[in-house]
Design a protein around this ligand. Sequence first.
Ligand code: FES
Length: 104
Amino acid sequence: QMVKVLYSEKNIIKTFKIESNKTILDLSRIENIAIEGSCDGSMACSTCHIIIHKDWLAKLPKPCIDEREMLSLLPDYTENSRLGCQIVLTDKLEGLQFSLPKDI
Ligand code: FES
């Protein structure tokens, strides 16, 4: 099963497909999106900071306390901020759209 994900960069939307149950960090590595992810998904770095499109925010599972804590430390935190390594792409998220903080 593949999940469609939309990535917007400087107002250009790119569409990707990825196997379900991979994360946005996984997607960035496959598709060369510039997300650092230096702790490889263990919620210890927040260099996988992404911005979820407002229409999708409420459809995501809520961030756990550790993710919330990491997010709260970000200087460029927004209401739509999440850690890309914690967003698991399931078929419920078909069409999810995100961008990087520098592009909003
Ligand atoms: Fe480090 Fe997501 S990769 S917190």
